[in-house]
Design a protein around this ligand. Structure first.
Ligand code: PBG
Length: 365
């Protein structure tokens, strides 16, 4: 509602939603009303639009999530994620070279584990000669400047596809036993040379436990990117196809550890705890349906904040583009810049390479 006091200011009253209350608020903008103020003047020319642009998107903001599979010269398409391939380490090295050339600062590794290596406790997750440690070593040797982020979670390694270890009798996911396993996994990743360990499991206390273990092990520089506000989202479906945990889960959900999509205040509590426990970056996931959470987290904590444009978001854009229903380049860049506007410093996206190319072309044009 506009409330016109005098010619030199514009007052706008609205309701603002904070963690604890909804309050009326009034903002006063300097300036005058129409026709002295014509908002369209600043939109009339490309140069003026460029100068008043608030959020920027660059390749340097992007993190590329990749799926690494066993073997050599392996390249497997993921049907629910057109354009995304599971790559064996040798091919991943070449792909990572493209990311480096495009100015993408980091990649996030997700393993595809042979079913024969999956167990109830996910023990392959802390095998020093496992797929992830070998991939990290190869990547850091070939591309030392590329940041390597490792997922800390058991779901690719468990026969049941859950991120935790189950109580055999009740089937409940055991928090503290799982945290011990995650600590071992993170130690192995750090020892292999991972720059960042990124717990995506949503167990309680795992950030603190991992931080203590890293400090004790002399890994003072290993960063922790906490999947701090991670929701129990149906948008992870295609990812579960990619890592092969969908079949294992068999329709079971993750609601006892991932967050309820209806909650916002709870996300702030989760983020506060992860910061207190020693996270260097915090993440909100998924992306576009949760930009209010990104905004609140960034406003509240001012932490380096990442957002994950997850597999389902990618699949939706791909499907619409493939049907000719959406302009892929424009919709993807719009979604990504919206994440930056909401407060994200870094964005994990399967579109990282494509987006970096589009941004480069736009620059050259
Ligand atoms: C599991 C994990 C998931 C994703 C990243 N790590 C899926 C899940 O929680 O079931 C999802 C990423 C995506 O959908 O792109 N630890």
């Amino acid at each position: 509602m506009n409330d016109h006091r005098n010619a030199d200011e514009v007052r706008v009253s609205f309701l603002t939603h904070t963690a604890t209350a909804t309050q009326p608020m009034t903002l006063t903008f300097p300036g005058q009303h129409y026709p002295a103020t014509r908002m369209r003047r600043l939109r009339a020319t490309p140069f003026a639009r460029a100068l008043q642009r608030e959020a920027r998107l660059a390749a340097a903001d992007l993190i590329w999530p990749v799926f690494v599979c066993p073997g050599e010269k392996q390249r497997q398409a993921v049907p629910s994620m057109p354009g995304v391939e599971r790559l064996s380490i040798d091919l991943l090295i070449a792909a990572a070279g493209e990311a480096v050339a495009l100015g993408i600062p980091a990649i996030a590794l997700f393993p595809v584990i042979d079913s024969a290596d999956k167990t109830a406790d996910g023990r392959a997750a802390w095998d020093e000669r496992g797929l992830v440690p070998r991939a990290v070593q190869a990547l850091k040797t070939a591309h030392p400047e590329l940041g390597v982020i490792c997922d800390v979670a058991l779901d690719p390694y468990t026969v049941h596809g859950q991120d935790g270890i189950l109580d055999e009798r009740t089937g409940a996911i055991l928090n503290d036993v799982t945290v011990e396993a995650l600590v071992r996994q993170a130690q192995v990743q750090a020892a292999a040379g991972a720059d960042v360990v990124a717990p995506s499991d949503m167990m309680d206390g795992r950030i603190g436990a991992i931080r203590r273990a890293l400090e004790a092990g002399g890994f003072h520089q290993t960063l922790i990117l906490a999947y701090a506000a991670k929701y129990a989202s149906a948008y992870y479906g295609p990812f579960r196809d990619a890592v092969g945990s969908a079949a294992q889960l068999g329709g079971a959900g993750k609601e006892t550890y991932q967050m309820d999509p209806a909650n916002g205040d709870e996300a702030l509590r989760e983020v506060a705890l992860d910061i207190a426990e020693g996270a260097d970056f915090v993440m909100v996931k998924p992306g576009l349906p949760y930009l209010d959470i990104v905004w609140r987290v960034k406003q509240q904590f001012g932490m380096p904040t990442a957002v994950y444009q997850v597999s389902g978001e990618y699949a939706m854009l791909k499907a619409a583009a493939a049907n000719g229903w959406l302009d892929e380049r424009k919709t993807v860049l719009e979604a990504l810049v919206a994440m930056r506007r909401a407060g994200a410093d870094a964005i994990l996206t399967y579109y990282a390479l494509a987006a970096a190319r589009w941004l480069k072309d736009a620059h050259a044009a």
